[in-house]
Write a protein that binds this ligand. Structure first.
Ligand SMILES: [Zn+2]
Length: 121
């Protein structure tokens, strides 16, 4: 048995089935997780799309994204947990919105100790 994505040989008990495909554990994990936040290609394509549309700053963002952006800018930096609580978002929701804001080079994340903060790019 082989992983349909990377071709790794699998024992019967190592095979995972995801969306009808037989996959190794790593590939299964990759597919179940959203794209990485720091993805230079995604950043480049998001930026070029925004350029084509003549968008800059917070143009073209959803209300929620603008809300996240303005909350972070107002406070100059805010921990991820605090932002989640303030805007009543789930970690997944915040992660998704943040990925886009990161791609647009509006916000960045950094770590201090064990706390993740968001700040203006
Ligand atoms: Zn694989």
């Amino acid at each position: 048995m082989k992983c349909e994505r990377c071709g790794a040989l699998l024992e019967e008990n190592q095979a995972n089935t995801f969306q009808g495909k037989v996959l190794c554990e790593d590939c299964c994990f990759d597919l179940m997780n959203p794209p990485k936040v720091c993805d230079p290609l995604a950043v480049a394509s998001t930026l070029s799309i925004r350029k084509q549309l003549g968008q800059s700053g917070t143009d073209g963002l959803t209300d929620l994204q603008k809300q996240i952006y303005s909350t972070v800018v107002e406070r100059s930096k805010v921990s991820r947990d605090e932002l989640q609580a303030l805007l009543k978002l789930t970690p997944q929701e915040l992660e998704q919105q943040f990925a886009l804001l990161r791609h647009c080079e509006l916000l960045r994340a950094f770590k201090e100790g064990t706390t993740v903060y968001l700040a203006k790019y």
